[in-house]
Design a protein around this ligand. Structure first.
Ligand code: FRU
Length: 610
């Protein structure tokens, strides 16, 4: 080849990128081994993005609109196969020029030629995104789940005008943690949830971590009477607290231009604020995560906060970071007195490993929280739930009739990203009402009572038994064919008996729930519950103290497709665990070691779920 032609060819190779126009409405240009441009060539509502979960180094996707960097998102673009797709909303850029500048490998070690990856063929524009449930086996029938994608903590919950608002930590671009955004769902009955559009998206100060929202009925912040004001953590190199407000009942939020409104020299997050009637001020509790303490602030206007005190250094469970606080007052039953409860979610360091919710009972004067102590002066460690899948639990602000209603994230950071669902990952617990109760020794604890709305779930009765002795042979009852049900049971026993309640199917999958009358404990064993091998931290037996001393127990057991929530003695003990049976549990059996226990009543209800 003559020299001149060779030079021209190599120049062409340098200047002309390889252009593929595969998917509808996009033009893909590979500019280098780890840089690809995707131009939107036809107007549409969404860019549909193919995702493959197994590669951990997310592509960096810079969204450039009319030449300006709009945002950067991180996506596990499919390389060898598409697990599922996610939609990127283009509608807000209508009429503008949109280019995705994608970097598929970051550091020197991960530089790779991505031009053969399957994602490029799969990128396409569309006006719809199909959210039909594809997780028939394990998507809960009556628990809140995101339509698609990752979810962790519940955030910014408030009640207004008959509507329960639930925001949550969401990744809109995949079913693993990333791109933290406040997703939003609403409900009028705490059971049926409607997915709304994302409420707060990452901005220049960072992604949107957990936080709270209040209804500012006296317009203390100046955003208008009844404005909804949200406070959240902006997470980037450091964690700062930022504000947003809404004048359309939490549907859309305006970011406060003066953000961040609160900064500290160390990591602090998950601001939870509330109006304090006694002091006529706002209070804020902020998790000083690594210091393992909670910081307490006051404010007249939700914008200017004064640090008043801290609580918790060296107290209670200290193994993991302290996150997602809440602080509220509860009446002591049968008295006109009250106590304050400080919720402190901790990860790891829960009683069965990983994440869990501890709480402290004490007094709060608007500035300082002082915990009750044991007779020896130490601060007791108390757990709100004794399962493995109860985390980030916080309460609704402005709930009606003085209710203190909470909801948790039904997973555990030990394996949340590995549970075997992909369209959605994961679900919330059922809503619960917080109440104080005294145990047999006169010590105060917090009960988690199933919210009254849950009674509406009770459908057809499939078993109804009263006053029956549990003799030598196990009693067996059929569950509804889909396994979804509520079991309501009252029993009594004595003499160090051990009762076993078993959920099982014909395929050897089972969950054992045992009441131990010697130690006054109830345990749930999910070791053979179904699919458990996605994490060695998943198979487990979790055990709760039952607090009673007389061997009389009532249980409400809520079984959904992938969860079992057990409420004992009107919520005095609760156990929340995920399960992934390949087939529904279809039998409930009851046995007693001594053979002299009695069922006072047993009812099994199918569930009325939409
Ligand atoms: C708790 C948590 C919070 C944080 C959020 C980030 O699960 O770690 O402390 O705000 O998740 O998604």
């Amino acid at each position: 080849m003559n020299k001149k032609i060779a030079t021209t060819l190599s120049l062409m190779a340098l200047t002309v990128s390889s252009v593929n126009v595969f998917g509808e409405g996009v033009k893909v240009e590979h500019l280098g081994i780890n840089n690809t441009l995707v131009r939107i060539t036809e107007p549409a509502k969404y860019l549909i993005i193919p995702v493959q979960e197994k590669y951990e180094d997310d592509a960096t996707v810079n969204v450039i609109v009319d030449g300006k960097l709009e945002e950067t998102i991180y996506v596990r673009l499919a390389r060898t196969k598409t697990d599922y797709t996610v939609p990127y909303d283009l509608s807000r850029f209508a009429g503008k020029n949109v280019v995705f500048d994608i970097v598929t490998g970051q550091g020197r070690n991960s530089v790779r030629d991505a031009s053969e990856d399957v994602c490029w063929d799969g990128l396409t524009v569309a006006d719809t995104f199909d959210t039909t449930n594809r997780e028939e086996k394990w998507r809960p029938a009556y628990h809140h789940t995101p339509l698609y994608g990752w979810m962790n903590d519940p955030n910014g919950m408030f009640y207004k005008d008959g509507v329960w608002h639930l925001y949550y930590q969401k990744n809109p671009y995949g079913s693993k943690w990333q791109n933290m955004t406040w997703g939003h769902s609403t409900s009028t009955d705490l059971i049926n949830w409607e997915a709304r559009k994302d409420a707060i998206r990452p901005d220049g100060h960072g992604t949107i971590f957990s936080g709270s929202a209040v209804v500012d009925s006296d317009n203390t912040a100046g955003f208008g009477k009844d404005a909804v004001v949200a406070l959240f953590t902006s997470a980037s190199t450091s964690q700062k607290q930022s504000l947003a407000h809404s004048s359309d009942n939490g549907e859309s939020f305006e970011i406060y231009p003066g953000n961040p409104i609160l900064t500290l020299e160390t990591e602090a997050r998950d601001p939870n604020m509330f109006w304090n009637n006694k002091t006529g001020e706002w209070n804020l509790v902020l998790a000083h995560a690594l210091e393992k303490e909670m910081l307490i602030f006051t404010s007249p206007d939700l914008i200017n906060w004064t640090l008043e005190s801290s609580f918790g250094k060296g107290e209670g469970a200290q193994e993991g970071v302290w996150e997602c606080p809440d602080l509220f007052e509860l009446q002591i039953p049968g008295t006109d007195k009250s106590k304050w409860v400080l919720i402190c979610n901790i990860n790891p360091g829960g009683p069965f490993g990983g994440s869990a919710t501890q709480y402290f009972i004490g007094d709060f004067d608007g500035k300082t929280f002082v915990s009750d102590t044991n007779p020896d002066g130490t601060v007791p460690t108390k757990w709100l739930d004794y399962g493995k899948d109860h985390y980030a639990t916080v309460s609704w602000s402005n709930a009606p009739e003085g209710r203190r209603t909470v909801i948790g994230w039904m997973s555990n950071w030990q394996y949340a990203a590995d549970v075997p669902t992909t369209q959605f990952r994961s679900a919330n617990t059922l809503p619960r009402e917080m109440e104080l109760f005294e145990d047999a020794d006169g010590e105060l604890h917090v009960a988690s009572v199933p919210s009254p709305e849950l009674l509406a779930l009770r459908g057809k009765s499939v078993a109804s038994v009263s006053n029956k002795n549990i003799g030598d042979k196990p009693l067996e009852y059929k569950l509804p064919a889909d396994g979804i049900c509520e079991i309501v049971l009252t029993f009594h026993t004595q003499d160090n008996d051990l009762l076993t309640f078993t959920l099982s199917n014909n395929y050897g999958e089972k969950v054992l729930m045992k009441y131990d009358n010697k130690n006054h404990t109830m345990s749930v064993d999910r070791k053979n519950s179904g699919v458990t091998d996605f994490s060695d931290k998943f198979p487990a037996i979790t055990t709760a103290p039952t607090f009673e001393k007389d061997g009389k127990i009532n249980l409400r057991i809520f079984i959904d497709r992938s969860s079992i929530e057990l409420f004992g003695n009107n919520g005095e003990f609760t156990i929340t665990n995920l399960v992934f049976p390949e087939n529904p549990y279809t039998t409930f059996s009851v046995s007693s070691k001594n053979g002299n226990a009695g069922i006072e009543s047993l009812n099994i209800y199918a569930i009325n779920a939409k």
